[in-house]
Design a protein around this ligand. Sequence first.
Ligand code: DGY
Length: 334
Amino acid sequence: MTTTKKLLVARAIFPDIVEALRLSAGVAEVADNPTDEVWSRDALLGRLDGCDGLFCTGSERIDAALLDACPALKAVSTMSVGTNHIDVDACSARGVLVANTPDVLTDTTADLAFALLLACARRVGEGERYLREGRWTKWHYDQLMGADVHGATLGILGMGRIGQAVARRGALGFGMRVIYHNRSRLPAEQEAPLGARWVEKAALLAEADHLVLVLPYSAATHHAIGAAELAQMKPGATLVNIARGGIVDDAALARSLAEGRIGAAGIDVFEGEPHVTPALLAAPNAVLTPHIGSASMKTRRAMAQLAADNLLAALGLGDGRHLPAIVNPQAARR
Ligand code: DGY
């Protein structure tokens, strides 16, 4: 039985935000990990023992076994919009509130989708390596010819907030024709300004010149893009994954890239990251980034601040100025 509330910040985050969390938490104890030590599962469990609240990132797995080992835990606040590393149902069943950081990263993540899309279509990575390796000796008419982005067909799989932000960039910035597939169709008034058209997944694969994946990871979306789907894509099309590792079968993607079936791929998230399928590393027509979708200074700070505010609010600490982004409000009713 804890008398003073205890909080754990599992990863290094902005020191001033941890300090502000400490001040706002009042008498609650806040332990953190300023050196960003990689804790084993047991080390995490040891530190979490007796804690009421956890500030985590997408790297910590919060499952039923962890919750059972830490019965004092009342709130898990993740500095990510994705919650696939958290067993939300197990949290709800134990009355543990889960909070995430939606909205604040929408536009930054959509920007990275476009950075990857443009880099792939216009072969920026290949061109940069060619130049740096001293291979550029003369201009040539068919040197590093790519695909146009403006006026092309942009396909979006998953049409939540980030999908819509990608659609806006494509339609309004690049004059693209936007098609999308999502479990539910957007209301007509949201589709109209984007000129976006809902299509079946098969049509999305067949018609998109550039396909961006923005759907959450779950058992249902595991390998949503595998060998069969890659084979249905337009020859030479571009694939961009800014969503989650595991949505794409990375080995199948590497084969498709090597065969020249897919023109190029821009990948920010990987199966089993930070490990990356070696065949992808070897693919010249892949642009690979280390899960930096939300990594602008402004956005990462906003995410950290929101996650800290969420944690305080979920535990009834601090000044309660911010409305927490709770994923499972039903847990509070237990
Ligand atoms: C998110 O917010 O889910 C990003 O992928 C960072 O983990």
